[in-house]
Design a protein around this ligand. Structure first.
Ligand SMILES: NC(=O)c1ccc[n+]([C@@H]2O[C@H](COP(=O)([O-])OP(=O)(O)OC[C@H]3O[C@@H](n4cnc5c(N)ncnc54)[C@H](O)[C@@H]3O)[C@@H](O)[C@H]2O)c1
Length: 251
């Protein structure tokens, strides 16, 4: 049990499934009060119930993170009901290998940027306001290996995830002096529904020839890294983009 997380209010977007869900379950085990915000109400409520049934504390908020006024409304009500927002994981995202850059239609581009980049920006704005008033906070944004590299047929995703790294580093500089740390994680290929878009042949290539550890990662391996960045164990880590990719990026 990491005592530094106990009773802390933790806001996690996209925690209905995948990496966000695993992170919510793990933080709950360490005693954090979990605020799940997701567009998927059925799975979001299921995650919330799992936590509450196993003795943790969780609340569900239906939210599309790409709508600025709704983000503000949800974070304001969490702040009013729970008195603080000390930990935040901006994880909600969509995938999409749709085709070469010149073929990507405007609505596809707009949706990707609004969910994977603007959504993170809107959440950070509201989280930071509350963290500043509390004089403390930790934010972890979920970027990607695609935030460091280009993605064939996914330039819109890569652009959004590069943007998340820019937001993370800028906020780390602006708020580091206010006892607020902002970091990101950059997962490689992790077994979740987002990989459904990736052709089996490409995944086999990645596993066998690109990842030195010869496998796809698990959600718990990302959740543990997020937990570390939110805990006091990483107390001097700020502005970092932590790769969790089995060595993909190493060469
Ligand atoms: N799985 C991977 O290989 C991988 C690699 C790198 C980065 N990521 C990132 O990890 C994050 C989580 O993805 P995942 O792999 O767990 O996939 P996932 O599809 O299981 O999870 C995404 C979650 O985000 C929610 N969501 C989507 N749009 C939303 C919106 N507008 N508002 C609120 N919630 C919304 C979904 O309902 C879902 O619960 C994403 O940001 C993704 O880009 C995943």
């Amino acid at each position: 049990m990491d005592e530094s997380l106990k009773n802390k209010v933790a806001f996690i977007t996209g925690a209905a499934t995948g990496i966000g869900k695993e992170t919510a379950l793990l933080l709950a085990k360490h005693g954090a009060k979990i605020m799940i915000a997701d567009i998927n109400e059925i799975e979001g409520r299921a995650t919330t119930k799992t936590i509450n049934d196993s003795g943790g504390i969780a609340y569900f908020y239906k939210l599309d993170t790409s709508i600025k006024k709704d983000v503000a409304k949800v974070l304001d009500s969490i702040f009013k009901e729970h008195g603080s927002i000390e930990l935040a994981v901006n994880n909600a995202g969509i995938g999409g290998l749709v085709g070469s850059l010149h073929t990507i239609e405007e609505p596809t581009w707009e949706r990707m940027i609004s969910v994977c980049l603007s959504g993170v920006f809107y959440c950070m704005q509201e989280e930071l306001k509350h963290m500043i008033s509390n004089k403390s906070g930790k934010i972890v944004n979920v970027s990607s290996l695609a935030g460091l590299n280009g993605v064939r047929n996914g330039s819109h995703y890569s652009a959004a995830k590069h943007g998340v790294i820019g937001l993370t580093k800028s906020a780390a500089i602006e708020y580091g002096g206010l006892n607020i740390r902002v970091n990101s994680v950059c997962p490689g290929f992790i077994q979740t529904a987002i990989l459904d878009d990736v052709p089996e042949k490409s995944l086999e290539f990645v596993k066998n020839l690109r990842v030195p550890m010869r496998r796809i990662g698990n959600t718990i391996e990302v959740a543990e890294s997020i937990l570390w960045l939110l805990s006091e164990k990483s107390s001097f880590v700020n502005g970092e983009g932590l790769l969790i990719d089995g060595g993909f990026q190493a060469g």
